[in-house]
Ligand binder design. Structure first.
Ligand SMILES: [Ca+2]
Ligand SMILES: [Ca+2]
Length: 411
């Protein structure tokens, strides 16, 4: 890393939507040594692998440690006899498509850079791209006579073997997931997005000329990407006040999504009118929080926010039983590796904030779930209700704000 060149960020920030702008923080911005273009990059844990075109004195393949995103550190590098045109990571092993005649595919131990194997395809044409297919790889070469697509068996990573090859392009340029932070680098070559510490995204942007690496850090939410799929996904579980009937006020869940408004944040709404935190005494299991939670876990959420209680009281459950049901759901969520949040039970007209049964429920919830409790109770005046139990659009908006206070980005 040379040549500290902190760029003027303020003008670039103005191009982003206001709510996103507030959360962006440039962790790192420096020229990379040499003039070689960045062709490809990917991450594994704290490591970033960068493949570059051939030429000049700097290495074509570099691994950086970004455990401190503001101070990336070179861990290892290789000079190849050709460009590093594509790379992919399968089972903690790095596979690189190169322009080197004797080693169009390199197999590398990512932590220390040890070369485990090199596969020489017939002829000198460059490998131009690579994609993983489970325990196999697809390697693409420049066209120019002969086969240009190779299916490679990597069940033994020390001895990759061509299974079959054919003539035809298979790999296409991967479209970017979103155009959002590209504005920061005017001549973007490669971009890698990855979730970082709880609720944060890192965007690694490689510019063409001058060759430059910029790392942006952006707070999205307060919970981690627990399943590692690159998206922060919240399950909103509840009753009719979460369900949001068509044509009626929009659910707090949908309004929360709109407030956070981030391409790496998704909501999954699982709710039913009449649903309970405790086992149903009237309807079937589709109206039961345990079933909602199971569906959310199966659907790959990273966190859940449960908002029940009203119908538990209607069905004769006590405040203690409501809190106990939530504790059981928390145990299920935590066993599945999911962050658990709970909402206080809303009051009922005519005097919602003085509803004694609801007050009792919420006192227990506050003691049981400190830090993880979203306040759906205090300040919800009668004007925010459209009937004895249900909220207006403004009432739902206040619920969304309360959820945002607990789940939304810190900044
Ligand atoms: Ca060759
Ligand atoms: Ca996720």
């Amino acid at each position: 890393m040379v040549n500290n060149s902190i760029r003027v960020v303020a003008t670039c920030l103005a191009l982003l939507a206001p709510n996103v702008e507030a959360r962006v923080d440039v962790a790192f911005d420096q020229r990379l040594p040499g003039k070689k273009q960045v062709q490809c990059a990917d991450t594994l844990g704290d490591l970033v692998f960068i493949g570059r075109t051939r030429g000049g004195s700097s290495a074509e393949l570099t691994a950086l440690d970004i455990s401190d995103p503001s101070a990336p550190r070179t861990v290892w590098e290789h000079e190849l006899r050709g460009s590093a045109n594509g790379l992919t990571i399968v089972d903690e092993t790095l596979y690189v498509a190169t322009g080197a005649n004797r080693a169009e595919l390199l197999v590398i131990e990512p932590r220390d850079g040890a070369i485990l194997a090199a596969l020489d395809l017939p002829g000198p044409r460059d490998a131009t791209g690579i994609a993983s297919l489970g325990r196999g790889l697809l390697l693409q070469r420049n066209t120019g006579g002969g086969d240009d697509a190779f299916l490679i068996d990597i069940r033994d990573r020390g001895a990759p073997a061509v299974v079959t090859s054919w003539n035809g392009r298979v790999l296409e340029e991967t479209p970017e997931a979103t155009a959002l932070p590209d504005h920061f680098v005017p001549n973007l070559a490669v971009r890698v997005d990855r979730p970082w510490s709880p609720g944060t995204m890192l965007h690694l942007l490689f510019a063409r000329q001058p060759v430059e690496l910029e790392i942006l850090r952006r707070d999205v939410v307060r919970f981690p990407d627990n399943d590692g799929d690159g998206v922060f996904r919240l399950g909103c579980l509840g009753d009719s006040n979460t369900f949001g009937y068509p044509g009626l006020p929009r659910s707090w869940c949908v309004q929360l999504r709109d407030i956070i408004d981030d391409p790496f944040f998704e909501v999954l709404l699982i709710a039913a009118p009449g649903a309970t935190a405790n086992p149903q005494t009237i309807f079937d299991e589709r109206f039961d929080a345990a079933h909602h939670l199971e569906s959310a876990i199966e659907s790959g959420v990273d966190a859940v926010l449960l908002a029940y209680g009203t119908n538990d009281l209607q069905q004769g459950y006590s405040p203690e039983e409501i809190a106990r049901a939530y504790r059981e759901h928390r145990a299920v969520a935590e066993a599945a590796g999911i962050d658990f949040y709970v909402a206080s039970t809303p009051g009922r007209l005519p005097d919602p904030t003085a509803d004694s049964m609801v007050v009792a429920v919420n006192e227990i919830l506050a003691a049981t779930f400190p830090e993880r409790l979203v306040d759906f109770f205090s300040g919800f005046v009668p004007e925010l209700y459209r009937d004895r139990l249900h909220f207006t659009e403004r009432g739902q908006a206040l619920r969304a704000e309360r959820a945002h206070e607990v789940l939304g980005p810190r900044r």
